[in-house]
Write a protein that binds this ligand. Structure first.
Ligand SMILES: [Zn+2]
Length: 354
């Protein structure tokens, strides 16, 4: 795969501290009966933290070993001309270079970073891993700048560098999640209730001067589950032609689907679903009148999502933001280690050639 990192240079986030913190995600409603809200002690103990990052990824040698172990950079490379393993000159460049052992070889030395996550990196490996860690923990730019600074370094990480790396990480997550989205099993099934709702994000009531295009998003969730499925409505439409394929992509036939009273949903029985309408019809007021109907489960999720969305004062690519949100949410709910999850994403997106 061509290195997607190089294609996305511009920042997708505002360069202020308005990036949501993990505390915002913490405040997500997580009132599921089936999931543990709090992690076990062991889960906390085994997770990466800043201490461990500093201990384990402090020197170039440690970082190289780690990158090799996690298959982020190749250990060896064959000369394409002689079909023999090349020598690795470890001290060259950021991660070393490969050179053919034959003196008459036409192959020039090749950077070991070529085609990897480390291609065109202009900061130290130590700093890069630290930045990746800080992204995974959702540090604000301000905090990343402070935590990234060291005594022996005259310069401090610029906001642009932080923004760039955050966007490379985010971009990798989007690729990973989109390529794994298709593999997910459908939610619902016979006798299972799935709630579907759609909501518009990006409305700026209090800032009339600046028009911000809203995005219609369809949310789907099975009762009692935390597996929220989100789809952006193409062309910002909510017609049956748009909504039904999105529902079919995520929800099993035979499910009992609860929706609002929008006409677009009325054809659901034709597609093998049992359709129940909730009694409120005012689309904008439902967020201020919770606990009235059975779509309150999804409404509680929407409220959390909207809260983070507004804190973020969003300016960038909405799809990326939403995918990142869902990724962080999945990590939170399942008590996963965000840094490990990010490494998994990068390992997948920047797969080494065999
Ligand atoms: Zn050669």
């Amino acid at each position: 795969m061509a290195s997607p990192k190089s294609q996305l240079a511009s920042s997708v986030l505002p360069s202020t501290s308005t990036h949501p913190t993990s505390a915002d995600i913490d405040n997500q409603p997580c009132d599921s009966l089936t999931k543990r809200v709090n992690p076990y002690v062991e889960e906390i103990r085994l997770q990466w933290n800043m201490n461990k990052v500093i201990q384990r990824l402090d020197t170039r040698e440690q970082c190289l070993q780690f990158a090799e172990d996690r298959q982020l950079i190749p250990r060896e490379k064959q000369c394409s001309y002689h079909r023999r393993p090349m020598s690795l000159i470890i001290q060259n460049g950021l991660v070393g270079t490969f050179r053919c052992r034959k003196s008459n070889c036409r192959t020039k030395s090749i950077s070991r970073a070529t085609g990897t996550w480390f291609e065109n990196v202009h900061i130290s490996l130590t700093l890069l891993f630290k930045l990746m860690y800080m992204f995974s923990r959702n540090y604000s730019y301000d905090l990343a700048q402070i935590e990234g600074a060291t005594d022996d370094r005259a310069s401090v990480l610029s906001t642009k560098t932080i923004a760039d790396w955050y966007s490379y990480c985010r971009e990798a997550i989007v690729i990973y999640e989109l390529e794994h989205n298709e593999e997910r099993t459908k939610i619902g099934g016979p006798n299972k209730v799935v709630q579907i709702d759609e909501s518009k994000f990006g409305k700026r009531k209090y800032n009339r001067d600046r028009h911000i295009e809203g995005h219609w998003v369809l949310g789907m969730i099975e009762d009692g589950s935390d597996d929220l499925r989100l789809e952006i409505c193409p062309d910002n439409e909510q017609s049956a032609d748009i909504l039904v394929p999105l529902v079919k992509k995520h929800v099993q036939e035979g499910s009992i689907i609860h929706t609002n009273s929008w006409k677009a949903y009325e054809c659901l029985p034709e597609h093998g679903y049992i359709h129940k309408k909730s009694n409120h019809s005012d689309h904008d007021k439902k967020f201020v009148a919770p606990n009235t109907t059975h779509t309150q489960w999804i409404e509680s999720h929407w409220r959390g999502l909207k809260k983070v969305f507004h804190m973020n004062q969003f300016k960038g690519n909405f799809t990326e933001w939403l995918v990142e949100f869902a990724w962080r949410r999945k990590i939170k709910i399942n008590h996963l280690d965000p840094f490990e999850e990010l490494l998994k994403v990068i390992n997948y997106v920047y797969k080494l050639e065999k």
